[in-house]
Design a protein around this ligand. Structure first.
Ligand code: PMP
Length: 392
């Protein structure tokens, strides 16, 4: 039976990781996979996570099941982190990472409105389209990235969402857009909020990088404004990047509802959705995040380390833009300084991406998305020279 399975399409980033591993050059640079790296190329266990793990080890007396929607203390702490508060208009569930949270929310929407239409940015994180297609749900793309300016085509985006209505779900990146690095301003969030209210579409915010852009609060100002105004909104949070908990799979799905009755119905449905998908969400990573968020000392240390990570990325952004200015004699790469988050699209052709890989061992995704955190200060001149040599 299984021998007739269609061969699954290889994941481009996973394939790139394998190519990188097989490359014998010691000067090679991996800018493919989206994990944070320090200036020695390591993806560290964060200090606060290590301490929280020690505390959990000492204090945990059972591994029995949590609730179907996870530990309420974790959900509350995540809502406070993302949305600034946890209210009785918010239903929430722990989930296996940000991906799990998105999957649960997609499922919730499809139960409520089987013919709902999802709209994602063009381009977006590939799993958005992949997961929605996999579930047989309708997905279209709104204009987002301007390849010329490397900024957001906001007028086109706004015109698109202004044409939507009550059956439509608009997936927005809360901050640090993946793959482009181009983000909405707070004023643009406010305009989108007005559009959602006037036209009745529902926002679903994917928040996978809070704290990796300009700061824990700064990164969510726009999203929080929207949350404070609209009747309904969904948020999928990931603890993978900002807590470095990638493999422990910690995430949280939140649904803001118009009233307490609808919130209770959604809460019960989230439990039922979880039960059908995987029963109980993993708790280890969630417990660590909850300990850190609720302990002033650990929280301060976590915030300090997150700040170091963010400043390293933003310092590399400045350095890379400057190196490219010198190597190419043009300011066309200055947008890298304005972008935020782990990624930017360099804006070069697939042939130029390949040339940089073949000639200089620089591994970027074919669409020229690069993980800025994969660079070190020492890599910058060579990167810029390789880009110039490839004709960028
Ligand atoms: N959304 C976006 C935009 C992402 O980039 C990621 C991570 N690559 C996720 C969600 C989910 O991450 P995870 O499932 O590892 O928490």
């Amino acid at each position: 039976m299984f021998n007739s399975l269609p061969q699954p399409k290889p994941d481009a980033i996973i394939a790139l990781m394998a190519e990188y591993a097989a490359d014998p050059r010691d000067t090679k640079v991996d800018l493919g996979v989206g994990v944070y790296k320090d200036d020695e190329g390591r993806t560290p266990v964060m200090r606060a996570v290590r301490k929280a793990e020690e505390r959990l080890h000492a204090a945990q007396t059972t591994k029995t099941y949590t609730k179907l929607t996870g530990d309420p203390a974790f959900v509350k702490a995540m809502q406070e982190l993302g949305l600034g508060q946890a209210t009785d208009r918010m239903a929430g569930a722990a989930a296996p990472g940000g991906t799990g949270a998105l999957r649960v929310l997609f499922e919730l929407v499809s139960r409520a409105k089987p013919d709902a239409k999802f709209h994602i940015s063009n381009p977006s994180w590939p799993s958005h389209e992949g997961m929605l297609n996999n579930m047989g749900l309708s997905v279209s793309k709104y204009d987002y990235f301007d390849a010329e300016t490397c900024g957001v085509r906001f007028d086109d985006m706004l015109a698109y969402v202004n044409g939507l209505g009550a059956d439509d779900i608009v997936v927005l990146h809360g901050c640090c857009h993946n793959p482009t690095g181009a983000n909405l301003t707070d004023a643009q969030w406010a305009q989108l909020t007005e559009s959602a209210i006037a036209n009745g579409w529902t926002p679903l915010v994917d928040l996978a990088y809070q704290g990796m852009g300009d700061g824990l609060e700064e990164d969510v100002t726009g999203m929080r404004h929207m949350a404070s105004k609209v009747q309904r909104m969904m948020v999928a949070q990931s603890c993978s990047k900002n807590f470095g908990l990638y493999r422990d799979r910690a995430g949280c799905a939140t649904v803001i509802c118009p009233d307490v009755d609808e919130t209770k119905l959604v809460q019960a449905t989230l439990a039922s959705v979880n039960r059908m998908l995987y029963s109980f969400a993993p708790d280890h990573g969630a417990a660590l995040a909850e300990i850190i968020l609720n302990d002033p000392e650990l929280r301060a240390d976590w915030e300090a380390e997150l700040t170091e990570m963010r400043e390293r990325i933003n310092g590399l952004r400045d350095g890379l833009a400057e190196a490219l200015r010198q190597a190419t004699n043009s300011d066309r790469f200055d947008f890298i300084k304005e972008h935020r988050g782990m990624f930017s699209r360099l804006g070069v052709t697939p042939e130029q991406v390949k040339a940089m890989r073949d000639e200089a061992g620089i591994y970027m995704v074919q669409d020229s998305r690069m993980n800025i955190a994969g660079l070190t200060e020492e890599d910058l001149p060579a990167f810029a020279r390789a880009a110039a040599a490839a004709g960028a």
